[in-house]
Design a protein around this ligand. Structure first.
Ligand code: GLY
Length: 426
């Protein structure tokens, strides 16, 4: 089988790594990939946003399956274009990808189908949005740009003034352009965050192992929001009952809601959840795998990833039963100084060879580039060190041992990924 992976982050490296171990993959391509992916796949100099370029490449190379990592090409219609040319693609169509592409549409879907979600309303004018803050009562509030805003469109406002400024940024100053022309104002819900991802072929829904992601830049959940600074799996604090509820009342119910509305959804259904005292509630949906959650979930998957993804595309997911390793996995993201703000690239990354000597550790590259036999930084999130171990403590220890062997100018990473999580294992 010839597979094309679209994207060039840590998630796509983990996907390519999982696919390369499938045994049924003869050729693996990645567009555009990164220095780590280049070790296991042929890089294609086409960006993930170049829909025409990707479709042309897949057709010329007679790719059997295209696996799309990021959301932007899905929201832009990559799956539609590929399907129109008769090609197999893992990822939802533009219509289905509205689940992530429009937070307002996703909220309305939840409301129509009774899927638990926070109180929320969507506004295009500032005055009624400010009035709704009064109606919600006491802060905090959550203000979200409706469309894709490169992970920067959500503000958790501790007070009314901050919420008002976030609304002004979108609705008056046009900070996020079209993506911020509609804004959601929501109640803040408390609890523990869980990344619940599932594969679906539009009929069958198969949940993946649950993971938890660390979104803030600094230890102790301080600092700005990021794309994710680390993750771990499994989650000891989610008991069987809660896991079944998530599978049935969130993931299954969402797939059914989409089907009932005539939307065929093939790919990853990712619900960012808050486990509240009253049960799980949906903070947001994504139409693709999480990053860095993928980097800790794929190493635990024992099933043949290529076969599973192909079964999804061919509507045969019901035939698949996923097998998971009992081991835990902890992933620590190493970022460039300044991330999530401006960063400097081109720094030499040392120690990658030394990490290869460690059992159970994979380094999934994100912002890296190869030059003259060296690996250099090329972005904010540079790599994820993912380590498996007999339990979360063992995995954590290995991950941090590996981090200590890696060095680049300005390297920064959180020291508290999965700290204390081992104590909550069932
Ligand atoms: N780690 C969060 C996300 O992938 O959206």
């Amino acid at each position: 089988m010839k597979i094309l992976v679209v994207g060039g982050g840590g998630r796509e490296h983990a996907l390519a790594w999982g696919l390369s171990r499938s045994g049924t993959v003869d050729r693996l391509f990645a567009a555009p990939g990164n220095a780590g992916i280049a070790e296991i796949a042929t890089l294609v100099p086409v960006s993930a946003g170049d829909v025409d370029g990707l479709v042309d490449f897949a057709q010329q190379e007679a790719i059997d399956l295209t696996v799309v990592g990021p959301e932007a090409p899905l929201v832009a219609g990559l799956a539609d274009e590929m399907q129109a040319r008769g090609m197999a693609v893992f990822g939802p169509t533009r219509d289905a990808a509205r689940l992530e592409g429009s937070k307002a549409w996703a909220r309305e879907l939840c409301e129509r189908h009774g899927i638990p979600s926070p109180r929320s309303r969507t506004f295009t004018r500032i005055e009624p949005a400010l009035a709704y803050l009064e109606e919600l009562g006491d802060p905090p509030f959550v203000v979200k740009a409706d469309g894709l805003a490169a992970g920067k469109g959500v503000t958790v406002a501790e007070d009314r003034d901050t919420a008002a400024r976030a609304l002004e940024d979108c609705l008056v100053h046009g900070l996020f352009g079209e993506a911020g022309q509609s804004v959601l104002v929501e109640e803040f819900v408390e609890g523990k965050e869980v990344s619940a991802m599932a594969l679906t072929d539009g009929r069958t829904v198969v949940p993946l192992a649950l993971a938890q992601d660390y979104k803030r830049a600094e230890d102790g959940d301080r600092g700005p929001n990021t794309g994710g600074m680390g993750a771990y799996s499994p989650l000891g604090f989610v008991d069987d009952d809660a896991e079944s509820k998530i599978a049935a009342e969130i993931l299954g119910a969402t797939a059914r809601a989409l089907a009932d509305e005539g939307v065929r959804y093939v790919g990853v259904l990712y619900a960012g959840l808050m486990l509240t005292a009253g049960g799980p509630t949906v903070l947001e949906f994504n139409c693709r795998l999480g990053d860095p959650e993928t980097q800790v979930v794929i190493p635990r998957l024992r099933s043949n990833l290529a076969e599973v993804l192909l079964a999804c595309v061919e509507g045969r997911l019901a035939e698949q039963e996923l097998q998971w390793a009992p081991e835990a996995c902890v992933g620590v993201v190493a970022a460039s100084a300044g991330y999530p703000g401006r960063v400097q690239s081109g720094k030499n990354i040392a120690g990658l060879e030394s990490v290869r000597e460690l059992d159970g550790v994979e380094v999934f590259h994100a912002g890296t580039a190869a030059r003259d036999g060296r690996v250099l930084t090329a972005g904010g999130r540079v790599l994820t060190v993912a380590a498996v171990g007999s339990d979360l403590d063992a995995a954590r220890e290995r991950a941090y041992e590996a981090c200590a062997r890696i060095e680049f100018d300005g390297m920064t990473y959180r020291r508290d990924i999965a700290a204390g999580a081992a104590r909550t294992v069932r």
